[in-house]
Design a protein around this ligand. Structure first.
Ligand code: ZN
Ligand code: ZN
Length: 186
C-alpha cells in the first residue's frame, strides 16, 4: 500500500472492493464508492483485491469527452499491462471516474483475483513505462475512432461512456509526459 507523486500525477496502490453485476461494477475503497463502471470480465461477486490508480488534472479543451477519454485510456493501459506484468489482460479489470478522490479524474486497474496476485504493485512501480507503452499503442494504431487493437475492450460492460480516441491520446500523453522520468525503469 502506498502512494507517490510523479509530476502532477498521484499514483497509489492499495486494497479495494470490487462488486460486480452482469453489466457494471462498483469499485469501493475505504467504504466509499468511488466509481461505478465496467465489469470487464469479472464474475458477478463481490471481492477484495488490490488496485493501482492514478489521479491527475486534465486541462480544459480536451477536444472530446473526458469520460470517453478516461475510459479509452483505461482500456489502453489494460491492453499493455501484460507487457509489464506476468498476466493476461483477462486477469485484470479497470474502472475510471472523471470525479475521483479529491475531485480529480482517476483511472483504476485492479487485480481480478481475490486478494490480488501482485499485478497492481508492479503497475504502481512501473506506471511511467505503462503509460508510455499505452501512448505508443494508441498513437501507432491507424484506426480512426478506436478499434479492438487499441482502445476497444472485448469485455467492456460499460456503454455509458463510449471510448473516445482523441481524448484518450490527450490523457495518455499527459500521463506519459508527467511520468517520463520513469520510462527507462523495468
Ligand atoms: Zn485502433
Ligand atoms: Zn470499459
Amino acid at each position: 500500500m502506498g502512494s507517490r507523486r510523479l509530476g502532477q500525477v498521484e499514483l497509489s496502490w492499495g486494497k479495494v472492493t470490487v462488486s460486480g453485476k452482469v453489466h457494471g461494477c462498483l469499485l469501493k475503497r475505504f467504504d466509499h464508492s468511488v466509481t461505478k463502471e465496467t465489469l470487464d470480465g469479472i464474475p458477478p461477486i463481490e471481492f477484495d483485491t488490490v488496485a493501482a490508480w492514478c489521479r491527475f488534472t486534465v486541462p480544459s479543451g480536451l477536444g472530446g469527452s473526458l469520460g470517453g477519454g478516461l475510459h479509452a485510456a483505461e482500456h489502453a493501459l489494460i491492453a499493455v499491462t501484460p507487457l509489464l506484468a506476468m498476466c493476461d489482460r483477462w486477469d485484470i479489470g479497470g474502472s475510471f471516474t472523471p470525479d475521483g478522490p479529491g475531485g480529480k479524474p482517476a483511472i483504476f486497474i485492479y487485480d481480478g483475483f481475490p486478494g490480488g496476485t501482485g499485478i497492481a504493485e508492479r503497475l504502481y512501480q512501473y506506471y511511467g513505462k505503462l503509460a508510455s507503452r499505452a501512448l505508443e499503442l494508441v498513437l501507432g494504431c491507424n484506426c480512426w475512432d478506436g478499434c479492438p487493437r487499441c482502445i476497444m475492450s472485448p469485455k467492456c460492460g460499460n456503454n455509458n461512456e463510449p471510448p473516445d480516441k482523441k481524448a484518450c491520446l490527450h490523457v495518455v500523453d499527459i500521463l506519459s509526459r508527467e511520468m517520463a522520468g520513469e520510462r527507462g525503469a523495468g
